[in-house]
Design a protein around this ligand. Structure first.
Ligand SMILES: [Fe+2]
Length: 367
């Protein structure tokens, strides 16, 4: 762990049933006109869009809705959302939905703040600010409600990557009621994304005293929830813990960044269509086997309630229902691309070789 320690978390977190409706005056401070950024269906079915509209109307805030965000938002979608609404006097944006909607809201917010810069140009720039963002997650997972990251798909590069600007939301409203009707496979894949954020932040060279405190509390929550992931239903009373676990995961990676499994998994989502949380967890057999932080690994296993590393790996394997077939040429191509991205490889607990990376992909295969 680094000797100097710090924590930066500029997002106000408000958690609990109806928290958005109960705290709507906070929105008024952000402006008189809002843009709601969301997906096509979920927020209309789980009651969250209704709440957002009611909160805005309570405060006489005018709003527009952009509901074209898919699970993998693209640069083109970001540009489109801005162009459709650029003359509407938008002063702040509400990202409503999965991590993809919140990520998109952050990138769109950058275009509103920096008029004249296109989404593609912004992708290659740094330190651009955004207009204020409010995050309302409707599933526990990405932790985007408390991170500066915005993962956007660039089809020209055939990959997903961070938009590259620091856009922490001003406020995150965490209401577990929006998850009550979520599909179980969605809860599982997103819950595992949160799990991997906690682990990769904890076993990371950038881990600090504070990020470890947050991660260890996340592991404790995970130990309470881990049996529920076998389904077939996720109990409503556990949804709040799951939402908190995901937000803790977001707070951790906001300090440390994610680790190797995320970097290796993005290509599996883009090329093979695996859900992000599944693609990342698929890399864990190889990732944890080569972890050299044995003391922290043991503390993590103990806090999660696993007696050995193998017990944890078997638990992940049993839950992750996916098929993955990669040719040796694909493994070599993905590995080469990763090695070129040395910054990512260097943030791990130690340097990894091309051979080790290729082996991590091979261990994830499930023909
Ligand atoms: Fe993730």
């Amino acid at each position: 762990m680094n000797q100097e320690t710090q924590l930066y978390m500029p997002t106000r977190i408000i958690q609990g049933p109806k928290c958005l409706l109960n705290n709507s005056p906070l929105l008024k401070r952000l402006g008189k006109r809002a843009l709601i950024v969301t997906g096509l269906t979920c927020s209309k079915l789980n009651g969250s869009l209704e709440d957002v509209i009611a909160a805005l109307e309570n405060e006489n805030i005018r709003y527009k809705i952009f509901d074209q965000v898919s699970d993998q938002p693209t640069i083109e979608t970001i540009q489109e959302a801005f162009e459709q609404n650029q003359r509407e006097g938008i002063e702040f944006i509400i990202g409503l939905g999965k991590g993809s909607a919140i990520d998109a809201a952050k990138a769109i917010g950058v275009l509103f703040r920096n008029r004249g810069i296109s989404a593609r140009e912004a992708f290659n720039m740094q330190n651009l600010r955004s207009i204020p963002i409010v995050a309302v997650p409707t599933i526990a997972g990405s932790g985007s409600e408390v991170t500066p990251y915005s993962i956007i798909t660039d089809h020209s590069l055939r990959q997903k990557k961070d938009f590259g600007q620091e856009s922490f939301p001003k406020i995150a409203f965490l209401d577990p009621r929006y998850m009550y009707n979520a599909d179980f496979s969605d809860l599982l894949a997103n819950g595992f994304d949160a799990f991997t954020h906690l682990v990769e932040g904890y076993l990371n060279t950038k881990a600090t005293f504070y990020s470890d405190l947050l991660a260890e509390e996340g592991f404790r929550l995970f130990s309470k929830l881990k049996a529920a992931f076998f389904g077939p239903q996720f109990p409503h009373e556990a949804m709040n813990d799951l939402l908190v676990m995901a937000t803790l995961g977001g707070m951790v990676i906001a300090q440390t960044g994610t680790g190797l499994p995320h970097a290796l998994g993005y290509v599996l989502t883009y090329e093979k269509g695996l859900a992000h949380g599944v693609a990342t967890a698929a890399m864990y057999r190889g990732y944890l086997a080569q972890c050299q932080e044995t003391e922290k690994l043991e503390r993590m296993l103990e806090t999660m309630g696993f007696s050995t590393l193998d017990t944890l790996l078997d638990y992940i394997s049993e839950l992750m229902d996916y098929r993955l077939d990669l040719s040796e040429e694909e493994i070599q191509l993905y590995t080469r691309t990763m090695i070129q991205n040395l910054g990512r490889v260097k943030t791990q607990m130690h340097r990894v070789t091309k051979t080790q990376l290729a082996e991590m992909y091979r261990l994830a295969l499930r023909p």
